[in-house]
Design a protein around this ligand. Structure first.
Ligand SMILES: [Fe+2]
Ligand SMILES: [Fe+2]
Length: 244
């Protein structure tokens, strides 16, 4: 499931009676964004805010279906037999819920995406990756999280157009840190399940190559953000060759 980007005029007033209120309360409760936040809170130039809005569907990639898969994974690693892994998987599930709230909350502070193309391409990419097999899904989610770590890492570098937006950098860095941990936990689960190394490598390589192709279509947006698309492409290629 792909998280929907909220309409740009979505109500963020805590006193509002509209149907988004539980979600908005969750945003405040998670302390990602202050109650009084409006688009000026992010301190982004309009074209930068637009570029972030255009990239957001891809950043939401890591959240897509992850929450569900980890809820399922906790059943494969029950508490009584695998207490440590079970706890770690539960923590991922909680992280993904928080990320989803943070990133969806961010859409309230940004303009609408300039086109629906990225959302559609991302949805297609995710649909191709859907699998009922838990091991395959874990391998794919781990590869997606690796890709999201690369993108967030590049967006948060000190020279980018986002660098002056302290709160945005804080939120994205925090998500990046969590995603790195998710990749490590996924590998632990994959090892515990005794997945054949060649199969795991091939699955990861394929996902990262497809994700890199999706990103390469965003070169112009990345350049607006003072992010080097070639660097991202090289980092994806390096990770796709990486054998654990
Ligand atoms: Fe996430
Ligand atoms: Fe994740």
């Amino acid at each position: 499931m792909l998280h929907e980007v909220q309409p740009k005029n979505a109500d963020i007033n805590p006193n509002s009676n509209n149907t988004k209120q539980p979600f908005v309360r969750a945003c405040y409760a998670a302390r990602w964004w202050p109650k009084t936040a409006d688009p000026s809170f992010l301190a982004l130039e309009p074209k930068v805010a637009q570029s972030v809005a255009d990239l957001l569907p891809m950043l939401l990639c890591g959240e897509a279906s992850a929450e569900l898969v980890f809820a399922h994974a906790t059943k494969i690693f029950p508490k009584d037999k695998h207490p440590a892994l079970h706890r770690k998987l539960q923590s991922i599930e909680e992280d993904e819920k928080r990320h989803s709230v943070a990133l969806t909350g961010l859409t309230h502070l940004l303009p609408s995406p300039s086109s629906s193309t990225v959302t559609k391409q991302t949805a297609r990419f995710l649909r191709r990756l859907a699998s009922w097999d838990l091991v395959t899904h874990l391998l794919r989610i781990s590869a997606i999280d690796t890709g999201v770590c690369i993108i967030l890492g590049e967006l948060c570098r000190p020279h980018t157009a986002l660098a002056k937006s302290n709160k945005l950098i804080e939120v994205l860095s925090s998500i990046r840190q969590d995603e790195g941990r998710h990749v490590r936990i996924c590998r632990e689960c994959i090892d515990a399940l005794g997945v054949e190394k060649v199969a795991a490598f091939n699955e990861r390589k394929e996902v990262l190559e497809d994700f890199a192709a999706l990103m390469s279509a965003q070169a112009e947006t990345l350049i607006t953000l003072a992010v080097d698309p070639m660097r991202i492409s090289k980092r994806f290629a390096y990770q796709a060759r990486y054998k654990k």
